[in-house]
Design a protein around this ligand. Structure first.
Ligand SMILES: [Zn+2]
Length: 247
């Protein structure tokens, strides 16, 4: 049965001339079983970085005192669509929002979520973590992470998840654009470390900027996200190796 499905998919892909779609289907990944995180590097030649030495997420601890320059946020209204891609629920952002770090502009591409949190802070896991993914003009990535604790309902989540796409491949247009600035804590202090994408292909060289203060989301909002994903979507903590976390 499985084989038959695979063959018909191959035919479909070839019919539409999409060999790359076939390759990505074969290399599909997940959070449990054979396709789980411990096997990501083996699933495809594209994922070799998943066995790298500078992987995310990590337990942020043993902080090095550094004079971190303030993170400059320049976020506009820009989230228009919410997508369930089977691995997370993501809001794609239109151009025009950015952060500045190391004197470089990084444009906001999208934000998405993990439950429970991927990164830990001083050994503490949170029920939900947002990743705001940015790229500079050379394709270097910077991710701002925001932790959520259970508490008051979150106004931005209420808007972004008003019509939660409940199934993989489902996509909804937001009734009004969102401004991800509303997701940030008031205190903009952050931790910084060098890491990777937390999903295949686990590319390294990613600037990680984890906000020190958590924001809140209601129990219902967290459960609403969990039920759209059907399983926990957090990669386990990775070894720190030769890295340190600055604050
Ligand atoms: Zn993420």
């Amino acid at each position: 049965m499985k084989k038959k499905l695979l063959i018909s998919y191959a035919v479909l892909s070839l019919t539409f001339g999409s060999a790359s779609a076939l390759a990505s289907e074969k290399a599909d990944w997940g959070y449990s079983g054979h396709q789980g995180p411990e096997n990501w590097a083996k699933l495809s030649g594209d994922n070799l970085s998943c066995d790298g030495k500078n992987q995310s997420p990590i337990n942020l601890t043993g902080f090095i005192e550094a004079d971190l320059t303030p993170l400059i946020f320049d976020y506009q209204q820009g989230g228009e669509q919410v997508i369930n891609n089977g691995h997370t629920v993501q809001v794609n952002y239109q151009q025009g929002s950015s952060i500045t770090i190391d004197g470089k502009h990084f444009n906001l591409l999208q934000f998405h979520f993990h439950a429970p949190s991927e990164n830990h802070i001083n050994g503490h896991s949170y029920p939900l973590e947002a990743h705001l993914v940015h790229a500079d003009k050379n394709g270097n990535l910077a991710v701002v992470a925001v932790m959520f604790k259970e508490g008051k309902s979150n106004a931005l989540l209420a808007k972004a998840w008003q019509s939660m796409p409940k199934h993989a491949g489902e996509q909804h247009k937001l009734t009004s654009k969102v401004n991800v600035d509303k997701l940030l804590p008031k205190n903009r202090d952050y931790y910084r470390f060098n890491g990777s994408l937390t999903t295949p292909p686990c590319s390294e060289g990613v600037r990680w900027l984890v906000m020190k203060d958590a924001v809140s989301a209601s129990k219902t909002q967290i459960e609403n996200f969990e039920s759209a994903l059907h399983e926990a979507n957090n990669r386990p903590i990775q070894p720190l190796n030769a890295r340190s976390v600055m604050q």
